[in-house]
Design a binder for this molecule. Structure first.
Ligand code: NAG
Ligand code: NAG
Ligand code: NAG
Ligand code: NAG
Ligand code: NAG
Ligand code: ZN
Length: 444
């Protein structure tokens, strides 16, 4: 089902590609002139959003650079977990940012997405994101609205950072351009080497009106104009030859079933009662977590487990391993998800959004985009799909920094690069072979 056959193919291609045993190893030397990197995320940009909208600027970027057919996000397909996977190269169970919401099962505190952006201990949970790793190796970095980019990690924050206000209007196109101008100044005047730039669209519009709505299409056209503005700005600032640009996203979007006769409603399930529950995180799209009261776990599990054909409830230890999600101490003893299109209603049935994400990352509607252009990238390449967990290793190669331990493999996205374009010889061939062996092992 979720066999990474494409990855095997890509890794094999990497090993067979000329130039994979490339020249000068510069790691460990003081920073000199090197290519810069701008990572841009347009939240909730589903992989196929450019297929029913005219997107001349994204199309031009694909001709001049690399376009993946699609990218598979991490599970849970929520904003903060998926963005953190991009900047750490770890699956969610290994980085610990398991939800958009900070929660504490003892104090019962739950904080919404925006408040959680500022909770240092939610993010700084043992993994170092790429900003910090790059800075420890002498580079300067910045984060503009990127989730996780506005807190300190083991005492260090990105060199420059911006956090959006609590009632931020995510769709203001003139503000988008002003933000691009700021980032250009960061890359030139402030001489940052790495900047991550986040836009909250087309996610907001996709939620509100649904992914098939005319409003979503208009927003994708706005994204495309912004890509044009961004690339013109790069040119105008004389950065085209020295800046690699990646445009990607965190997850896709799916139309919510609202009128179906088989909605998933926990409050209607016989034998299930919230009186058996100590702590719950529900009514957040298709995902839920439960901490049953002392001695009630079996009872709650029995009541829920086969209660609804579209609801999948597991003991933490039995949650499907392929999701790479449940193996973190923050995950509650019981967790659940529902079928694509169906959200989980907890104590009440309320659903305002017409679009949601959070579903199985193998659902095509959760797949997202990956595009890249710049001096290190090949031109006119359409790459086979890959998992977002590999983007971190690619970024470390582009910046010529030593990565932290992570779940990605450096060989997977190496075929996207021009041969000889990264100055280090990582990975040595033997590591590549090991990677292939591991991937093959995973595939059976
Ligand atoms: C969770 O809440 C408990 C009880 O209030 C507190 O002792 C603990 O430090 C909290 N943990 C975190 C990570 O905030
Ligand atoms: C991660 O957070 C949990 C609480 O959510 C805490 O118990 C644990 O010690 C933290 N681990 C690290 C390495 O910060
Ligand atoms: C967060 O962003 C604000 C600007 O929006 C900045 O003043 C502050 O220093 C940042 N904090 C961290 C820890 O990066
Ligand atoms: C949009 O952003 C611009 C630039 O930040 C600001 O001047 C303008 O007032 C904003 N428009 C709205 C409708 O908020
Ligand atoms: C543009 O950058 C190149 C080197 O990357 C430099 O030689 C050239 O002088 C720059 N031009 C301007 C107008 O700054
Ligand atoms: Zn998102």
């Amino acid at each position: 089902m979720r066999r990474p056959a494409v990855l095997v193919a890509v890794v094999l291609a990497a090993l067979l590609a000329p130039g994979s045993g490339a020249p000068v190893h510069r790691r460990g030397l003081p920073p000199g002139p090197r290519n810069k990197l701008l990572l841009v995320s347009f939240d909730g940009f589903r992989w196929d959003y450019d297929q029913d909208v005219d997107t001349p600027h994204l199309d031009a970027m694909a001709r001049e650079g690399v376009k993946a057919r699609y990218m598979t996000p991490a599970f849970i397909t929520l904003t903060s977990p998926c963005h953190f996977t991009l900047v750490t190269g770890k699956y969610v169970e290994n980085h610990g940012v398991v939800h958009n919401m900070f929660y504490n099962t003892s104090s019962k505190v739950k904080l919404p997405y925006h408040a959680t952006l500022g909770v240092q201990r939610w993010w700084d949970n043992g993994s170092l994101p790429i900003w910090i790793t790059a800075q420890r190796q002498g580079l300067r970095t910045g984060s503009f609205f990127y989730p996780g980019g506005n807190v300190t990690y083991q005492g260090m924050a990105p060199t420059l950072s911006r956090k959006e206000g609590v009632l931020h209007d995510y769709g203001n196109e003139s503000e988008w351009r002003a933000n691009v101008d700021t980032v250009m100044a960061w890359l030139t005047r402030e001489d940052l080497h790495l900047v991550t730039l986040y836009f909250g669209e087309p996610d907001s519009t996709g939620h509100r009106y649904g992914p098939e709505s005319p409003q979503r299409k208009q927003m994708v056209a706005q994204v495309d104009r912004t890509v044009g503005y961004l690339r013109d700005s790069i040119e105008r600032h004389n950065l085209s030859a020295s800046l690699n640009l990646i445009i990607t996203s965190d997850h896709g979007m799916r139309t919510v079933q609202k009128a179906a006769s088989d909605l998933v409603e926990l409050h209607k399930i016989p034998d299930f009662t919230f009186q058996d529950v100590e702590f719950e995180l529900l009514d957040y799209g298709p995902n839920g977590m439960l901490l049953p009261k002392e001695g009630r776990l079996e009872q709650v599990l029995a009541a829920l487990q086969h209660a609804h054909p579209r609801l999948h409830v597991y003991r933490k230890e039995d949650f499907p391993r392929a999701f790479r999600y449940a193996g973190h101490p923050r995950i509650t003893p019981l967790l659940m998800y529902s079928d694509p299109g169906y959200v989980i209603h907890g104590r009440y049935s309320v659903q305002f959004n017409n679009g949601e994400h959070g579903f199985d990352n193998e659902d095509m509607d959760m797949k997202t985009i990956f595009r890249a252009v710049g001096p290190s990238f090949r031109a006119g390449l359409e790459a086979e799909p890959f998992e977002s967990v590999h983007v971190y290793e690619l970024m470390c190669q582009l910046l010529d920094i030593e990565p932290e331990a992570n779940d990605g493999h450096p060989g997977v996205l190496r075929p996207l690069l021009r041969s000889g374009s990264t100055p280090s010889s990582w990975p040595p061939p033997v590591m590549g072979m090991l990677g292939v062996a591991l991937l093959l092992a995973k595939a059976v």
